[in-house]
Every structure is written in C-alpha cells, then in structure tokens.
Design a protein around this ligand. Structure first.
Ligand code: SF4
Ligand code: SF4
Length: 411
C-alpha cells in the first residue's frame, strides 16, 4: 500500500472551471455545543437527513471531481460515513477528502481511517481535529469537556499513521474571546507536543451560536498571524522530511505561500469585504450540500434550492437557473458582490486563478521569511506551558504524551 502523498488536487492549478469540490454536510447532529458554531441554527431545525440512497444518486450523477469536504454536524455521527467516502472514491475518483472532527470519538476515527486506507489506497485523507486552547479553555469554547479526548485522538492518529503520508494530520483552531490571549502559546505547545502535519488558525466566522465571541479585527488578527509565522516554516520543514531536494523546496514554497496568502486574504476581509485579487469560484467549482438536501454555492450564502427538486442530480443542479443566477449574484473579479474570510473557498479559488496568484505566492514566501525568528520549543518550554495553563499531567501521561518527569512525546 502506498504511503506517499501523491496526486493531490492541491498541487495542480487550472484555469478551466468545473466542479472541483463538493462540501457535504453529512449530518445535522453534533455531540458538542461550540460557542462559535456557525451551523447551530441549521442543526436546530432537526430536518430529516439526506438518506444514503439520495447521496448515492448525487454521487452517481456528479461525474469526476477532485475533493470531498465533509462537514456537519459532527461527521463521526453519520454511521455510513466510510461507505459514503468509498462511494465518492469509486464513482467520482476523488483524490482528496477533508475529514474534520471534534475528536471526541477517537477509536471510531482510527477504525474508519484504517478502513479507508485499505479500501481507497490512493486517496489523500486530511483528518482535521478541532483543538481550540489549553484544557479548560477548549472545554469552555466547545461547550463539552473534550480537551483530553481530542488530544488522545491526535495521539492515536499519530501512533497509527505516523509515517503515512496519505494521512494528513491537522489541528484546526478557531479564535474567539475565550482563547485569544493564549493562542500564540497554544500554537507553540501543539507544535512541540503533537506531531501533526499542520495547524490552521482562523477567526470565528458567520452567525455564531453565542453572541460576542468574535473579538478580532484585521489588525489584531494580523499580529497573531505574524507572530506564529515561524511555525509555518517549521511545519513546511516537517512536511518535507524524507523528500528529495527539488520536491522539498517546491512543497515548502507552495505550503508557506498558500498559508500566508490565505491568512492575508482572511485578515483583509475581517473588518469589511475586500476583493481577494482573484475571482471567488463558488458555484462554478464548488457545491455545498446541506444535511437536509438544501444546496448552496458556498457555506456563507443562503441555500438556493433542494437537491430533491432535481432528483438528486448534481449535473442538473450545477446547470440550473438557480445556480446560474447565484453565480451572477456573486459576480466576478473586482466587481464581485461579496468577499469573506472562508479559507476553504480561498484555497479552492487560488487553484483556479493561477496567473493571478503566482505573484502572491512569491510575496507570501518572502514575507514569511522576514517574520522568521528562532523558536525554542524544548521540553522545559512545554512543561512550563503545561504548568502555566494548569494541564493535568497525569492525564497527559495516561494518554502517553508525557512520561512521569521525562517526556516521551509523539515525534
Ligand atoms: S462547530 Fe462543529 S463540533 Fe462545534 S457544535 Fe458546530 S458542528 Fe458541532
Ligand atoms: S466570497 Fe465568500 S461568501 Fe462570497 S461567494 Fe465566495 S465563499 Fe461565498
């Protein structure tokens, strides 16, 4: 079985617009109650979920596309999830699946990842575990005590897929009033203690469950992003380990460039909508399927129909008058009518605007280099952070992250 990351659709840039990414909200259920959840209102509707057969029809009618982005609700609460991913791999030849989770059901995630690695050996799987801060901060923001569960899940993923390049291990942190003061320390701790492939941070977006959790503005977000920039060079180095010289340099260039470019666009759009410097290709290259069958061009715009009215046929949906009108309403280039901070669409749009973005990638690399300072994430620093944020070291030892006075780590 190949364990080398290859054939990822993120490596290829193309100006030909066609369906590239399907965002599937697999369930309307969740076992957390996050303060910054932008989907809480939709989940409260408790509408019936799309059935497996309806999702099958959607898959069978879609043709080939590259990326399946899972969403929800909590994806691990959809029992048929592995079958659904395997079906899209078989019918649509997807190259990448993005699998976000709050990490509460760790054993199930491992079971499903093993199954997917066996049944879809060429599929790149990005498993993204939400971790918002140290211990109590994470638990307060997530509304349920889940910090040690999520950390244990990351440890299990690392133990099982440490050298498997087809399993990308990501931590996703959403910045709110709860964790804003500790996010810099948290990025350092996760880098040093958890052997993940990358760590993304973003400001809370959309209409949140709890009012008043969004505390960042462009200036304060940029300060955080600049302060953590050195970690992206370290992550680039980690990703490139074992690669040959040219592959390593290219991977570093694209990873550092894309991360910084995405962060720059996000910051620009935090206070007010600001053109991205490229078209947003929502609706042309992306389709969002809500758990109850409503569909949209992107997660932040309103639903424009229900797949059931199109006999669950994705080609008909993409060619529908509703989608054409929506693309027109979004607009193009600097005349577009809406701009946002949504990383998934920024990344997706970048791959379809290669000429406009190549200069930005060079600029982003050079900016990140200038922000680089030596970071020291040695054992004593990690221990100090664990003491400062009152982490339960017995629990960390039980999980296997640290051993008594001497840390085993996961690297
Ligand atoms: S943000 Fe995700 S994990 Fe949190 S409540 Fe919403 S759907 Fe659940
Ligand atoms: S800019 Fe943002 S809100 Fe507007 S269509 Fe694109 S992804 Fe959606």
């Amino acid at each position: 079985m190949t364990t080398k990351r290859s054939g990822s659709s993120f490596n290829s840039m193309s100006s030909k617009r066609k369906l590239e990414s399907v965002f599937l909200f697999t369930t309307g259920k969740c076992n957390a109650k996050c303060a910054m959840c932008f989907y809480a209102g939709d989940m409260e509707q408790k509408a019936p979920e799309l059935s497996f057969d309806e999702i099958k029809k959607l898959s069978e009618s879609a043709g080939d596309f590259n990326r399946l982005w899972l969403s929800g609700g909590e994806p691990t609460l959809r029992e048929e999830l592995p079958e659904i991913i395997e079906m899209f791999h078989r019918n649509n030849h997807i190259k990448d699946v993005n699998f976000p989770s709050n990490g509460i059901k760790g054993e199930l995630i491992i079971e499903w990842l093993k199954r997917l690695r066996k049944n879809c050996p060429d599929l790149n799987i990005a498993i993204s575990i939400s971790l918002d801060g140290f211990g109590a901060t994470h638990d307060t923001q997530r509304g349920v005590p889940s910090f040690y569960r999520a950390v244990e899940t990351l440890k299990l993923i690392n133990d099982n897929f440490k050298d498997d390049g087809k399993v990308i291990k990501n931590i996703a942190t959403v910045i709110t009033k709860y964790n804003v003061e500790e996010v810099r320390d948290f990025v350092a701790w996760t880098y040093g203690r958890l052997n993940v492939t990358t760590h993304t941070i973003e400001a809370a977006r959309g209409v949140t469950r709890e009012n008043g959790v969004k505390v960042l503005n462009e200036k304060s977000l940029r300060l955080i992003q600049d302060d953590v920039a050195p970690y992206y060079l370290l992550y680039a180095k980690r990703i490139g380990e074992g690669m040959s010289g040219i592959a390593r340099s290219l991977t570093k260039f694209f990873y550092v460039g894309l991360m910084r470019a995405m962060y720059d666009i996000r910051a620009q759009n935090l206070d007010k909508p600001t053109p991205w410097g490229m078209d947003c290709t929502a609706g042309e290259t992306t389709l969002v399927l809500d758990y109850d069958g409503r569909f949209r061009a992107c997660e932040l715009r309103d639903p424009i129909g229900n797949v059931k009215d199109y006999n669950c046929n994705i080609q008909d949906i993409m060619n529908s008058d509703a989608m054409k009108k929506e693309i027109e309403a979004i607009g193009h280039g600097y005349k577009a009518n809406c701009w946002c901070t949504h990383g998934c669409w920024i990344m997706s749009s970048i791959t379809f605007n290669p000429l406009k973005m190549i200069g930005k990638l060079f600029k982003s690399n050079s900016e990140t280099k200038k922000l680089n300072v030596p970071v020291h994430v040695d054992e004593q620093t990690l221990r100090n952070l664990e003491a400062k944020y009152h982490l339960d070291t017995d629990k960390l030892a039980e999980i296997g992250l640290i051993q008594g006075e001497k840390t085993a780590g996961v690297a």
